[in-house]
Ligand binder design. Structure first.
Ligand code: MN
Length: 272
């Protein structure tokens, strides 16, 4: 079995090395990851320029490849035969932070797995919830033991089309992790604000800033599972259609006359 290992933190991150070493006991690993950090870059497909792919030797003489493309580009390269072998599984991570709730829309870790799902390749994204570490060094080797367990269990079952698994591992000592919970996406709370400043040349700039995001601790969600010390396994589907809204939106007046008034009060009520 050929396993493509990628990430969004870059080829030099500790998380990809631990994941690749764990996967090496399951199949033939092919490491191909971006040459820089693409965290929070979303699903990026590079079509407007060529991609450079170069061999690289990682710690412990592990051979890998690095690309100037995005995490999703790395998956596309593997899926389209860069290694001249079929890829049977894509694993992405282990990311330096959790990817829960709305994070998955901007996570390079998860969108790399999404790209694999688009190509019809089984895919699992792994993220480490380092939010409670208080600056201590994350233990990726321990997290990789859980990642390996997930892969071994998942490979015993067929993967559903257009689907992937997003796995979040609590950064706890191994004996403190309680096991697995299959979860749904929870709800993040972001504390972003605009930090407006002036650069040394007198030009205005705005930096989206803010403390680490939080989330609603609700049972059955990824956020709830991590808070309780469980490894969260969330099945993700690429069909993001809001089916529950289709009937009501279909009932809107789609033959709207040219002149109409937008009811701002109603908009404010529904959006905030
Ligand atoms: Mn990252």
């Amino acid at each position: 079995m050929n396993i493509l290992v990628t990430n969004d933190d870059g080829i030099g991150s500790s998380g990809i090395l631990a994941l690749a070493q764990a996967m090496g006991t399951i199949g033939n690993t092919f490491i191909l990851a971006p040459d820089r950090n693409w965290s929070v870059s979303g699903h990026v497909k590079t079509l407007s320029r060529p991609l450079r792919v170069n061999p690289v030797t990682l710690k412990d003489d592990i051979q890998g490849w690095t690309s100037d493309g995005s995490p999703a580009d790395c998956v596309t390269l593997g899926a389209h035969g860069f290694f001249n072998v079929p890829i049977h599984l894509v694993v992405s991570g282990i990311n330096t932070t959790a990817n829960v709730g709305q994070d998955i829309t901007c996570s390079g870790t998860v969108t790399a797995a999404m790209e694999a799902a688009i190509h019809g390749i089984p895919a699992i994204a792994f993220s480490l919830d380092t939010s409670q570490l208080n600056g201590e060094k994350p233990d990726y080797e321990s997290a990789a033991i859980w990642a390996k367990k997930v892969v071994e269990i998942a490979l015993q079952h067929p993967f559903a089309p257009h689907s992937l698994l997003s796995v979040n591992i609590p950064a706890l000592p191994k004996d403190k992790v309680k096991g697995f919970q299959v979860t749904r996406l929870g709800s993040r709370i972001y504390y972003d604000y605009l930090d407006r400043r002036v650069d040394p040349r007198g030009l205005d700039y705005v930096w989206i800033s803010g403390k680490e995001p939080g989330g609603i601790n609700e049972a059955g969600t990824d956020i709830g599972a991590l808070a309780e010390g469980y490894v969260s396994v969330t099945p993700i589907h690429l069909d993001m259609t809001a089916y529950h809204l289709m009937d009501s939106i279909n009932a809107w007046n789609w033959e709207q006359p040219e002149k109409y008034e937008i009811n701002l009060n109603r908009l404010e009520k529904s959006c905030c």
